[in-house]
Design a protein around this ligand. Structure first.
Ligand code: PGA
Length: 253
């Protein structure tokens, strides 16, 4: 059985004080005791978030990391630094990092290796842009992204690997992939993971969907057996809205 995982990606929103306020409002609203819940705030909020969630079941993750342990890399943080600050998870290769900050499949590969080495749970983001989907290239793009991102990573080392399928056209646009589209993409990715890292890892691998996830669509996404959770941007910024997402099962009783 794969444990479902709900991840908030706060992007460049919230100060430390606003993060603490969020946690105070959010924790009492959580009724889901079965799934893993993670919040990835801006790096400057990590210490506040780790303190504020210490006695709860909520984990704190980073939004990025550099593959070197330390060095002259202005503006970067390493796996060791985020682990020391109390993070357990890290997002890697988000499409905004690829679009605005020059990340490539090969830098994703280096970051992934560093995250696994440091014992973090990496959430590797992959997904196609609209032109690629419209040109019928979705499967090719997903295969290429997986092939490079997982190069040289052995199944033995990758037990914690998690993947978020995020069609870029669905991020922050209000357009969501249908549960079927997401499940189809997940099947392609799982097959690629099996090829690169073995069947056993592929079976255990958790795969999230991301892109305009909201309280209104989370239950139908989570009803797909191929979907093991969600990576949530905009709708994770408000405690009530993110609580409604993490409590997606409540309506089913
Ligand atoms: P969104 O963002 O939920 O605001 O579409 C998702 C993401 O970028 O991870």
């Amino acid at each position: 059985m794969r444990t479902n995982l709900l991840v908030a990606n706060w992007k460049m929103y919230k100060t430390p004080a606003q993060s603490a306020e969020f946690v105070e409002a959010f924790l009492p609203l959580i009724s889901n005791k079965n799934d893993e819940i993670v919040i990835c705030p801006p790096a400057v909020c990590i210490p506040t978030m780790v303190d504020a969630t210490r006695t709860s079941s909520v984990f704190v993750g980073a939004q990025n990391l550099h593959w070197e342990k330390e060095g002259a890399f202005t503006g970067e943080v390493s796996a060791q630094m985020i682990v020391a600050a109390g993070c357990t998870h890290v997002i890697i290769g988000h499409s905004e990092r690829r679009q605005y900050f020059g990340e490539t499949d090969s830098t994703v590969n280096k970051r992934l290796e560093a995250a696994l080495e440091a014992g973090l749970t990496p959430v590797v983001c992959i997904g196609e842009v609209l032109e690629e989907r419209e040109a019928g290239l979705t499967e090719d793009v997903l295969r290429r992204q997986c092939a490079v991102a997982f190069r040289g990573i052995s199944g033995a080392k990758a037990a914690k690997l998690t993947i978020a399928y995020e069609p870029v056209w669905a991020i922050g646009t209000g357009r969501t992939a249908t549960p079927k589209m997401a499940a189809d993409a997940h099947a392609v990715i799982r097959a690629e993971v099996a090829k690169a890292m073995g069947d056993e890892l592929a079976r255990k691998l958790r795969m999230l969907y991301g892109g305009s996830v909201k309280p209104e669509n989370i239950a139908s996404l989570m009803a797909e057996p191929e979907i093991d959770g969600a990576l949530v941007g905009g709708a994770s910024l408000d405690p009530k809205s993110f609580a409604a997402i993490v409590n997606y099962g409540a309506a089913r009783g």
